[in-house]
Design a protein around this ligand. Structure first.
Ligand SMILES: *Cc1c(COP(=O)(O)O)cnc(C)c1O
Length: 343
């Protein structure tokens, strides 16, 4: 896809939209007196946040070897999913494509925006069937394809992402919420070659900051400009921006946490081998397992009674529960309970 063809994918009203510009965020000052935004001079968090999230983007740009103009920050990647659909999909006319099963928020926001959701049913190893893809992409209403890799809730990564970038005529969003756990290469390195690519990452999983609500979109400058134009100006609050910046100061901490989760993942996998009520543990590249149970009603019920919360995927995925890797103490509680359930 040629760079200049991105604008042909954008809704007309969005193309014409002028961004809300906060004057103070777009200029340098030495000792400013802020009487421009009707804020209070008192209080602990009295100023509006930086609408351009400059410090955060500069730091991320440094880490990822990109330009700050290729980075947009959202109130979680959920917000970015919503904005991407709003930018490219005309309500009641355009549609989005997603894998099935995959992350529910793509369909959630598409439905709110009145866009149809077309799905690619994954095979029994949770892979995309490329023939099905080649068929469905003939639909001219398709604008955005959400590729989740590693995929939630199945845990496996998508192979051959470039094939989809080359053969989808709209925007391809690669959602890398779990990439840190996968040991696989990020699609960030494909940004130079594919102007229709958006890579989503998040602080909610490996970074351990789900409460701060911060997600990142990496894409061409043109797409990032569009996201910055449609986002709420103050979408990431002061406290969250500070917390994330602090987290970014300490990259080693991220690696330590990821290593810890990976060790626990391995430990759990070994424990699961001796558990009667488990019939299958699917391979995972993420911080969770999709597990098929012998008797899901019984197992899920027993977990709930013991206040062990997991994500039931049955009936959409027959007999399956998604369970994420916790601390050793949490994992031990889970294992103890499962070992006590007879099939
Ligand atoms: C958890 C998750 C996210 C993260 O969403 P945030 O809004 O950033 O918390 C995004 N995509 C997928 C597939 C997820 O599982």
């Amino acid at each position: 896809m040629k760079n200049n063809s991105i604008s042909t994918l954008v809704r007309e009203n969005i193309l014409k939209l002028q961004p809300y510009i906060s004057f103070r965020d777009h200029n340098e000052f030495n000792a400013p007196v802020f009487l421009d935004a009707n804020e209070s001079p008192f209080g602990d968090c009295n100023r509006y946040p930086d609408s351009t999230q400059r410090k955060l983007k500069n730091r991320l740009a440094e880490l990822k070897n990109l330009s700050p103009s290729q980075i947009a920050v959202g109130n979680g990647s959920d917000e970015l999913i919503d904005l991407i659909i709003k930018i490219f999909c005309e309500p009641k006319k355009d549609s989005v494509l997603m894998m099935n099963p995959s992350f529910a928020m793509y369909a959630f926001y598409a439905t709110i925006n009145e866009n149809k959701v077309l799905t690619l049913d994954l095979n029994d190893r949770f892979e995309i069937v490329q023939n099905d893809f080649s068929e469905v992409v003939k639909d001219p209403s398709l604008k955005v394809f959400f590729l989740c890799s590693p995929n939630n809730p199945t845990g496996n990564s998508v192979d051959d992402i470039e094939f989809y970038l080359q053969n989808f005529k709209g925007i391809v969003v690669v959602d890398e919420a779990y990439i840190e756990f996968s040991g696989k290469k990020s699609s960030l390195e494909l940004l130079d070659r594919y102007p229709n690519l958006i890579v989503l990452q998040t602080f909610s999983k490996a970074w351990g900051a789900a409460g701060a609500r911060a997600g990142i979109a990496y894409a061409s400058e043109e797409i990032i400009r569009l996201i910055n134009t449609v986002k709420a100006p103050y979408n990431v609050n002061v406290l969250s921006q500070e917390l994330i910046l602090k987290a970014l100061e300490n990259e080693n901490r991220l690696q330590e946490n990821v290593n810890n989760i990976l060790e626990e993942r391995l430990w759990l996998q070994e424990q699961f081998r001796d558990i009667d009520c488990i019939s299958k543990v699917f391979p995972t590249d993420a911080n969770f397992f999709l597990i098929r149970m012998e008797n899901i009603d019984q197992v899920y019920g027993r977990m709930l009674e013991n206040e062990i919360l997991t994500s039931r995927r049955d009936p959409a995925i027959a007999g399956c529960i998604r369970i994420n890797v916790g601390s050793r103490e949490e994992n031990q509680k889970l294992v103890n309970l499962l070992k006590n359930i007879k099939r």
